[in-house]
Structures are given as C-alpha cells and as structure tokens.
Design a protein around this ligand. Structure first.
Ligand SMILES: *Cc1c(COP(=O)(O)O)cnc(C)c1O
Length: 378
C-alpha cells in the first residue's frame, strides 16, 4: 500500500481465546456467526480462526455471504437466515448451504429447489419476542405442518429450530424467560407435528455467556468472537487494532481554529497531528469533542470537526512526527481506546464501530495484536 491509509490488524489469538471462553460457558456446540464480513474482521479469516478454535458450524445473514465462504474454500456447515421467497435457493443448495425459513412460501420455494435424492436442509425460525425475523407464534402451526408434509416427500429435512432473544444483553430482563418458554413451546409444537430437529438454537453471545437455560443444543455467537460481550461483563478480548499514520504535523499558536466550522480553537500553543481517517473510514462525525486516539504514548483528543477523509488530533507538546502511528482503537493494552470507548463517545454499540470501518483501510497488515512502536527513535 502507499502508506497513507489506516491499518487494520486482527489478532487470531484473541479470537481463539474468545471462542474458548464462549465454549466453556456454553452447554452446546458453537456456531460462529461471521456475517457483515466477520463483524468487520474478514469473514473467511474469522471463520477459519473460529473453526480451528472449536466452533463446529458457521452462520451468516445472506446467502451471498455463505457462497463467498464456499468460494474461499470454507467447507464447514453454513446456515444463512436472511432470505426472501425469491432467493436463489438452487445455487445455495448446490453449495450445501443450510437455510433458515420462517414462512410457508419460502419453505415451498426451498423444497422445490431441492434436487431429487438430496433434501434441502432447513432450520425453522420462530419469533419468540422481537417481531423481527422468525415466524410469529400464530404462524408456527401452519409452518410446522407444511414442513412435516415436505419432509415426507423427501425434498426437505428440518435440521434445526431457531429463535433469537430480544433482551439477552440484560440478563435479568423478564423477556429472557418468556422467550425461552416460547422457544420450548415451539419445540413441543414442532414435535407434535412429527418434526425432530436436532439443532435447537436460541442463544447468541450474551445469552451464551449469561443465560445457561437458553443454550439447548447450540449457540450462535458473533459479537463474542471479536471481543464484545453485549452485557459488558465478561473479559473477552477485542481482536481488532486500527492504526493510522500521522501524515502531517504543525505547531500552532493559541487561538488557532481547527477544521470545518472552526468548532475548536487551540487554548494554547500546541502541536496538531493530521490522521488520514474520517467519517467515510469509520471515525464517526459525532465523535468530535469526545474521542481521542493514542499517540506518542498518551491520549490525544480529536479536535475540530471530523472530515470525510481526515481528522486532526491535539498532541500537545509531544514530540510527534509524520510517519508515527496513532492507535485509533485496540484491545486496550497500551492505554489505547477500545471499540467500547468509541461506542460510548458516539452514543452507539461497539458492534457498529467494528462493522462501520470503510473500504479504504489497509486490511493487508500482518495478523497481529502488537501495537507498533508509537514513536520512532529520532
Ligand atoms: C447476528 C446474529 C447472531 C449473533 O449475535 P451476537 O450477539 O453477535 O452473538 C445470532 N443470531 C442471529 C439471528 C443474528 O442475526
């Protein structure tokens, strides 16, 4: 690369350690969720690392995400759950992708895309309290009846039953017990239709860590792989570090206005450092006035408005020079901010910080968690 892009590095050891923490907490097997390019970490890279550390299956939202894993040679079972009745199920089934289904129309479309002698493997998805994806309770009976009918034709096999909790990040929330009871009821109703799904999965990361009654036979974990405990309790390790090179330095007198709108003025003579990362790259515009990066061994505040491509940080009297690396976020070992800090500064969740990085970052950096030397010897 040309040296003016921010650098993303991903620590496979952190991911592996997180998988082990999640596996130790879970009563069932683990499905590693690698949607949204592996929560920004690279889907195939995250998938391979999680599988090597003990996950048995993969999950994604879109069929295209599942197909991309297959194109990269990932062979493990993959489930995709965000499909439309009009999706290309023939291509998906040919690639041995399992499909989560929440309505009769999609169920029929999947079954008719199956080739003779090779039933489509589906997971029936039920809504247990978030009115998002999944069949609403009033539609369970007709979905199960149709699935049982199609199973008898040999065109379909119900491999799993799937639900998702709305409030697991708050383990004490009463919705967790309600959702779990709903899932148990769905399982019983499925059984009464003659369905015997082997994979029963309700828990995502937060429930895997904090709600053992939700574990059934499998957990789907995504956020936890990359270091996020949505409940903010477990010492998982953030796997991603973003470093940005200083591409310009200037000494300015007190009163100097910085950036669009002159929203900040230097309170005293100081050194300003320019970083080649702006809101198009994932430094949120709303982070101005709160955010900081780690530069020259200290926290340096982002000053002035965040531009599309660049931000200015106030390095004070630190001896910074072009070519030094600022750490935008990382696991926190060297005092750098974490994705959780950025989430707080931006009024969002760490998931959005990690998945919101732009396409201009250099993702070819060696997979390491080591923060490069902050200031070179000069
Ligand atoms: C994203 C997603 C998951 C993973 O949730 P995490 O909290 O990131 O572990 C699990 N199930 C479904 C349906 C999802 O959409």
């Amino acid at each position: 690369m040309t040296g003016s892009a921010a650098l993303v590095s991903v620590d496979p050891d952190a991911i592996a350690a997180n998988v082990r923490t999640l596996a130790a907490a879970s009563r069932g097997e683990l499905m590693a969720v690698v949607k949204a390019d592996g929560y920004g970490h690279g889907a195939t890279r995250l998938a391979r690392t999680a599988l090597a550390a003990g996950a048995g299956r993969l999950g994604v939202a879109h069929l295209d995400e599942a197909l991309a894993l297959r194109r990269d040679g990932v062979d493990a079972p993959v489930l995709a759950w965000l499909v439309a009745p009009s999706s290309d199920f023939g291509t998906a089934l040919a690639a041995r992708i399992e499909i989560a289904v929440s309505c009769v129309e999609t169920l029929r479309a999947v079954a008719s895309a199956a080739t003779d002698g090779r039933p489509a493997s589906v997971h029936l998805q039920v809504d247990v309290g978030m009115a998002r994806d999944g069949a609403p309770p009033g539609a369970w009976a007709s979905l199960f009846a149709e699935a049982a009918q199609l199973e008898r034709t040999g065109r379909l096999r119900v491999a799993g039953l799937m639900g998702h909790l709305a409030n697991a990040e708050d383990p004490a929330h009463p919705g967790n017990a309600q959702g779990t009871a709903g899932f148990t009821a769905a399982r019983e109703l499925a059984g009464s239709h003659g369905l015997r799904p082997q994979l029963l999965h309700l828990a995502a990361t937060a429930a895997t860590l904090h709600l053992p009654r939700t574990h059934f036979t499998m957990s789907r974990v995504g956020a936890g792989l990359v270091g996020i405990d949505p409940a903010g309790r477990t010492p998982l390790r953030f796997a991603m570090t973003v470093n940005a090179p200083v591409i310009g330095v200037r000494r300015v007198p007190a009163g100097t206005p910085v950036g669009y709108g002159s929203t900040w003025r230097a309170g005293r003579a100081t050194t300003l450092a320019l970083l080649p990362m702006g809101y198009a790259d994932g430094i949120r515009h709303c982070a101005a006035r709160r955010a900081a990066v780690q530069l020259a061994g200290r926290r340096c505040p982002v000053v002035g408005a965040v531009s599309m491509d660049q931000v200015v940080v106030d390095a004070g009297d630190a001896p910074v020079a072009a070519g030094d690396l600022a750490t935008v976020f990382g696991p926190g070992d060297s005092g750098e901010p974490t994705p959780r800090d950025w989430a707080r500064w931006c009024g969002t969740i760490p998931h959005e910080i990690l998945t919101g990085l732009g396409t201009r970052l250099d993702r070819t950096a060696a997979p390491t968690h080591r923060v490069p030397a902050l200031t070179g010897a000069r």
